[in-house]
Write a protein of this length. Structure first.
Length: 156
């Protein structure tokens, strides 16, 4: 971030309006992590809660061929990982950083399972005869965002 600040200050030193625009850019950059956090958390929290609705955990377990306890752990893991990514961003201390990293690690683990158990063998996300739940494109993207948050934590 310091490098970015130095670059913008070099270019914005010409006028007050340019300096104000540079300050706005810096403020926006400082909060850009919320775009990743919000997208990832919304997907995980939604899918975790959704496993309790409709056919419920039993239906999800049966569809996937999982024991009910494992299906419950997946659903709670999705909700927990999504919540950790959001709450970790709100806390500007060691615990927030640890929560963000834990959430990212949870996302990674759940997505590894999703890729290998349901989506492996097809990249494209569209369902096909061999992959009725679609390919792994979306899951790999979520996995990479989870890895990013695990590595980066709350570093700005």
């Amino acid at each position: 971030m310091k490098g970015f600040t130095m670059i913008t200050s070099e270019y914005t030193a010409n006028s007050r309006s340019d300096a104000a625009a540079g300050d706005t850019t810096i403020v926006l950059a400082r909060h850009a992590h919320w775009l990743l956090r919000g997208a990832l958390a919304s997907v995980f929290i939604f899918h975790g809660i959704d496993k309790f609705l409709g056919a419920g955990i039993g239906g999800f377990a049966q569809m996937m061929g999982f024991p009910t306890l494992l299906a419950l752990m997946v659903a709670l893991g999705e909700i927990g990982a999504g919540a950790a990514v959001l709450l970790g961003g709100l806390m500007r201390n060691f615990y927030g950083d640890a929560l963000t990293r834990l959430g990212g690690l949870g996302v990674f683990g759940i997505m590894v399972g999703a890729v290998f158990l349901a989506h492996w063998g097809q990249w494209h996300f569209m369902p096909s005869a061999t992959h009725p739940m679609g390919g792994m494109q979306f899951q790999v993207t979520l996995m990479l965002v989870g890895i990013y948050l695990f590595i980066k934590g709350n570093e700005r």
